[in-house]
Design a protein around this ligand. Structure first.
Ligand code: AFP
Length: 329
């Protein structure tokens, strides 16, 4: 038990003096939300399986949609503690302001409460993605401008993976750290610190069924990945269809994920503010790179809350190569 490092202790030990206050507690709040969502996610599988066998659900209650539950848990745990000035969630059209009855804080929280939720019914991994910015204007309360910041200005970003274990991975711009939830202790314990992407990538991850809808440049790039022309032994294909799980595997094993533009969706599917941006910040901290095919994701100035962006993310050399292909388009 002596060398167990809980996320609380790690955050506290690794924050600069100046930050060991609101920001530290905001990360705690997110970790607590992660535990609640994880517990519900595990149970959802059970409820669904029993439900499918023709029985009433375990509590005899209507099952709430898990992404709505995750959204509410995060908001309820984070809105009243005086640490945030505004939030953005994938589940809300507009910004989420902090109610007047609560104190206003210095930070902005952007999040996707439960990404990949279509996977829950079949017991496949899902995830939460979050980013934290500084509020730009202290006097004001909950402005759109505070939310529309490029990912290079993130103070912290992270994700929670609800897989065979629940993991929380985050970065405050000083390396990427991974914690695994010990279900017996109910604590996130440090499982890997200062993660670096492997120098030899193993995987490419994309939904190949869209090949005919991609641009010529994307097709050529993916053909290049498949051919293994510049990667010893070639790459293998892995695609779960759950961004956090696909990203996490490639972060640890080496590889590149892409959700490019398509004929019917010129900006792809994924959202800049609370999906691509936070993951781009994290991958950069682990020695990787993320691009929309033309410019680094972290440099893109968002103009809308739910803006979509093509995303190529992972191994730095492989992701940069996409820019070469796409600049000739
Ligand atoms: P859902 O939340 O609808 O399951 O979508 C998941 C997701 O946003 C992301 O996690 C995946 O990478 C991507 O969509 C998969 O999309 P395709 O099914 O078009 O490949």
């Amino acid at each position: 038990m002596d060398n167990l490092v809980t996320i609380e202790r790690f955050i506290l030990d690794n924050q600069p003096e100046s930050a060991a206050g609101d920001f530290t507690y905001l990360l705690y709040d997110i970790a607590l939300a992660a535990k609640a969502i994880s517990a519900k996610t595990l149970r959802a599988g059970l409820v669904d399986i029993i439900g499918r066998a023709g029985n009433i659900n375990v509590q005899g209650e209507e099952q709430q949609k898990l992404d709505i539950y995750a959204d509410q848990v995060i908001i309820n745990l984070c809105d009243h503690a005086g640490r945030l000035c505004v939030m953005v969630s994938e589940e809300h059209e507009e910004i989420i302001t902090i109610p007047e009855r609560y104190a206003k804080g210095r930070y902005v929280l952007v999040f996707d409460p439960l990404d990949g939720s279509s996977n829950i019914d079949v017991n496949v991994s899902t995830g939460t993605i979050f980013g934290i910015y500084r509020c730009l204007e202290w006097e004001e309360r909950g402005r759109l401008e505070d939310c529309l910041q490029p990912a290079r200005d993130l103070v912290a970003a992270g994700y929670i993976l609800y897989g065979t274990s629940t993991m929380l991975v985050y970065s405050t711009g000083r390396g990427v750290h991974e914690f695994t939830l010990d279900p017996d202790l109910g604590e996130f314990l440090l499982s890997d610190a200062m993660i670096r992407m492997p120098t030899t990538p193993k995987y490419y991850s994309t939904n190949y069924a869209y090949r005919d809808k991609w641009s010529d440049a994307t097709r050529k790039y993916v053909d290049w990945l498949v051919s293994g022309a510049e990667t010893a032994g070639g790459l293998s294909s892995r695609y779960i269809g759950s961004l956090v799980a696909d990203f996490h595997r490639n972060l640890l094993e080496g590889g590149v994920f892409l959700y490019p533009a398509k004929d019917d969706n010129p900006n792809g599917k994924l959202r800049l503010l609370y999906e691509a941006g936070p993951l781009a910040f994290i991958v950069g901290q682990a020695g990787g790179y993320a691009t929309d095919g033309r410019q680094p994701i972290v440099n893109i100035q968002p103009s809308k809350l739910h803006q979509r962006v093509p995303l190529i993310i992972g191994d730095a050399r492989l992701a940069r190569k996409a820019e070469e292909f796409m600049s000739h388009a």
